[in-house]
Design a protein around this ligand. Structure first.
Ligand code: TTP
Ligand code: MG
Length: 334
């Protein structure tokens, strides 16, 4: 059964997408400005009526109704004034100029969950998969362990010099498939991204001297071509920040056969690359704002954190606000 909070949330998501549609049309540079403004007001008002109806049914408690009213006032004002909501999506048309774009009526919100090996990304995704608004896209690790009877993941750990490019080429392809997969729910949540595969894992192999320069060059050419020519929208990165020691403990517990050879130094390098990318922002470009979640805690506390942050994650991803606004959570967690 929907909770009042859940109701409010789904209404909020609807509101934001309604406004987004308005903002997108506006930024397309439509000539019929007067007509459009009137249409925008109608859209916002029809959502108002829907909210009022839900309120009458007693689904939304008074506090939430007040909250929605505040949001609505802002949205209606924006629609009247033809002010697009600030965020990444309004720039979609500019960013996507000349790119291959997935053929979708309304593009969905995309959240990528990032973090070291065994930082708890799958557990995080499993938790959020229970939300009706969210559709989870799981990481294709099983494909990396079995492509037409071959196991490129195991081969890479056995001999990275020889097989690093093989695994990373396949990782890049399967990540692209995930980014382009159709999402039915308003929000899609993915484990990792094509960006971390390149900025973290390929980079690590190359910098540690385990990938020949020519392999790195070929992979980089592929990555640059894909990201220049295909639209890969990401609205929010959720970074599960762990210590390498925690990951080593979790690796030991889960005991994935291929990963038995991973030493602590490997996890430390991956950790450092993540910190440089998502915290210091000194290495590679950020495709989206970052929300940091401290993830060294036990399962119970992690699930509690996810529950507390649920609304914030969804709101942040929907608003797709500036990097600074969501780079750390308000409680100062880092
Ligand atoms: P992870 O993406 O870290 O998945 P996980 O299931 O281990 O993480 P979690 O417990 O947080 O859910 O990596 C899976 C394996 O694939 C791991 O051994 C690292 C390896 N890998 C690469 O070698 N190259 C890559 O580009 C990626 C993305 C993973
Ligand atoms: Mg996983």
């Amino acid at each position: 059964m929907a909770t009042p909070g859940g109701s409010m949330l789904s209404m909020f998501v609807k509101l934001v997408s309604a406004h987004r549609a308005v903002a997108r049309t506006l930024s397309a540079g439509c000539k019929r400005k007067g007509k459009l403004a009137a249409g925008n007001q109608c859209r916002a008002l029809s959502v108002t009526q829907q909210v009022a109806a839900d309120g009458r049914q007693g689904e939304i408690i008074a506090r939430n109704r007040q909250h929605i009213k505040v949001i609505l006032d802002v949205l209606i004002t924006c629609a009247k004034q033809e002010v697009p909501l600030r965020g990444n999506r309004e720039n979609d048309e500019v960013k996507n100029a000349g790119k291959l774009v997935r053929n979708e009526v309304d593009r969905k919100t995309v959240i990528c969950v990032e973090g070291n090996i065994a930082s708890g990304k799958t557990t995080c995704l499993e938790y959020f998969s229970k939300s009706t608004n969210i559709e989870v896209i799981t990481e294709p690790v099983s494909k990396w362990r079995n492509v037409r009877g071959h196991n490129p993941l195991a081969l890479m750990y056995q001999d990275p010099q020889r097989w690093g490019i093989t695994l990373q080429t396949y990782v890049q392809l399967t990540m692209l498939e995930n980014h382009l997969s159709a999402i039915c729910a308003p929000v899609g949540m993915m484990e990792r991204s094509i960006f971390s595969a390149k900025y973290i894992f390929v980079e690590n192999l190359f910098r540690s001297g385990k990938m020949p320069e020519v392999d790195y060059a070929v992979l980089s050419e592929w990555f640059d071509w894909i990201t220049t020519n295909i639209s890969i929208p990401v609205d929010l990165i959720v970074y599960l920040q762990t210590s390498p020691q925690t990951c080593q403990e979790r690796l030991k517990q889960r005991c994935r056969e291929e990963e038995k050879v991973i030493p602590l130094e490997y996890l430390e390098s991956i950790h450092q690359l993540y910190e440089d990318w998502l915290i210091k922002r000194s290495s590679s470009p950020l495709p989206a704002p970052v929300l940091v979640i401290p993830a060294d805690h036990d399962l119970e506390s992690m699930l509690q954190q996810y529950e507390e942050l649920r609304e914030k994650i969804l709101t942040a991803s929907c608003l797709s606000s500036t990097t600074e606004n969501t780079s750390r959570d308000e409680d100062g967690r880092s």
